[in-house]
Write a protein that binds this ligand. Structure first.
Ligand code: GDP
Ligand code: MG
Length: 379
């Protein structure tokens, strides 16, 4: 919603801008006529003049799209593949494990083994009972991306794969990862990696189980709830087991998505590409997206010109749990921004421009909010 400025507060209440600025100054806040203040401060100023302020949140077009989307009639709700993020201490084998998992992907073989870096991978394996299992992996560089996405309310992951090296055990970043996953309320599956190394003795494994249990991850082998899968990214051991456990855990979570209707989803990352302009890597979370659709993605909007999947193949239409690269938008959105399909280009443009407007106000607000302390430093 649009922030309240000194100017707008003055015109709403009749209090002189100079008086508002003076009042805020006494509170230790330096403000100018265009400064934004929060709702509480505005109400406080008004109360000084015996005015009770009623603040109505002004909905932006993107808020309305979200609301309409949330209220929509579900058309085709079905189970969907889980989205997993790999976390863990540095050098415990996160990248190696993801690489190994991608080698097991049957779709990768169909596509000639080429995997594009698009920030997420959809991996389908032949399960032990012959049934295909699909998991989407978010290829985040680690906790930082995970935390910043979460801080923005963009919790895209259903499960965390915690990689713990059998020769190193639980380390500081392992504990951080556990805490992040717990804070996000996301189940943790442990990949006890490097099981091929000589140090991976049963004594050491029991010791690591103890460390895990200490941090609330009591292994199934010990009668607890936490699945610990012994893996070797080097040799390929346990990778199929890991994917099957992920699939099974996803079943317990009863993850579903509406495969019908217009799509919505989130940005994983975005970049400029020569000849393609702004390109957004997104994860479709609901509905169908088609080439030619009108789309708003955070501050960006446009008409989907082309879409490629995680194997670099052109696709014309895609549904939930599909990572895609999309071109045809006018600007770069941020990781975690939502996207919506609109019925007209104007609606997408309006939503994007209101997004930019809110952003501009926020920047303005953070630029002009000078406290007395740092004001004194400038003198
Ligand atoms: P990350 O920092 O967690 O992404 O770790 P990497 O995937 O980069 O792996 C760190 C090092 O451990 C590399 O030298 C890998 O070759 C090695 N490594 C990873 N997984 C295994 C494994 O299962 N067994 C063995 N022996 N080495 C591994
Ligand atoms: Mg790595």
């Amino acid at each position: 919603a649009e922030p309240i400025t000194i100017k707008s507060l003055s015109s709403a209440t009749g209090i002189k801008t100079a008086d508002i600025i003076k009042y805020l100054f006494k509170q230790g806040v330096m403000a100018t006529i265009n400064s934004a203040i929060d709702t509480e401060a505005a109400m406080e100023v008004a109360l000084e003049y015996d005015i009770e302020l009623e603040v109505r949140e002004q909905q932006t077009a993107i808020d309305k799209l979200k609301e309409a989307f949330d209220k929509r009639e579900r058309i085709d709700v079905r189970p969907r593949p889980p989205v997993a993020t790999v976390l863990g201490h540095v050098d415990h084998g996160k990248t190696s494990l993801l690489d190994r998992i991608r080698k097991e992907d049957v779709a990768a073989h169909e596509a000639g083994g080429i995997t594009q870096h698009i920030g997420a991978y959809r991996v389908t394996i032949e399960g032990s009972e012959g049934a295909e299992k699909t998991v989407v992996f978010l290829d985040t560089p680690g906790h930082e991306a995970f935390t910043s996405m979460r801080a923005r309310g963009a919790n895209m992951t259903d499960l965390v794969v915690l990689v713990v090296a059998a020769d190193d055990g639980v380390m500081p970043q392992t504990i951080e990862s556990i805490n992040h996953a717990k804070a996000a309320g996301v189940p943790i599956i442990v990949a006890l990696n490097k099981i091929d190394v000589p140090q991976a003795t049963s004594d050491n494994i029991q010791k690591i189980y103890g460390q895990l249990a200490e941090h609330g991850l009591n292994p199934v082998e010990w009668g607890g709830e936490t699945e610990v899968i012994k893996t070797s990214a080097e040799k390929g051991t346990g990778v199929t087991d890991l994917l099957e456990v992920l699939d099974y855990q996803a079943e317990l979570l009863e993850l579903t998505a509406d495969f019908g209707g217009p799509a919505a989803g989130r940005v994983i990352e975005a970049e400029m590409q020569p000849g393609r302009g702004s390109v957004a890597r997104v994860l479709v979370q609901s509905g169908q997206i088609k080439v030619g659709d009108f789309i708003v993605i955070g501050r960006a909007y446009g008409r989907v010109r082309d879409m490629t999947d995680d194997h670099g193949r052109q696709v014309l239409e895609a549904g939930p749990a599909t990572p895609l690269e999309i071109s045809g938008i006018d600007d770069l959105p941020d990781a975690g921004d939502g996207f919506y399909i609109t019925t007209t280009l104007q609606a997408a443009e309006q939503a994007a421009s209101q997004f930019r407007e809110v952003e501009r106000h926020q920047q303005l607000a953070s630029k002009t909010k000078v406290t007395l302390d740092n004001f004194a430093d400038q003198l």
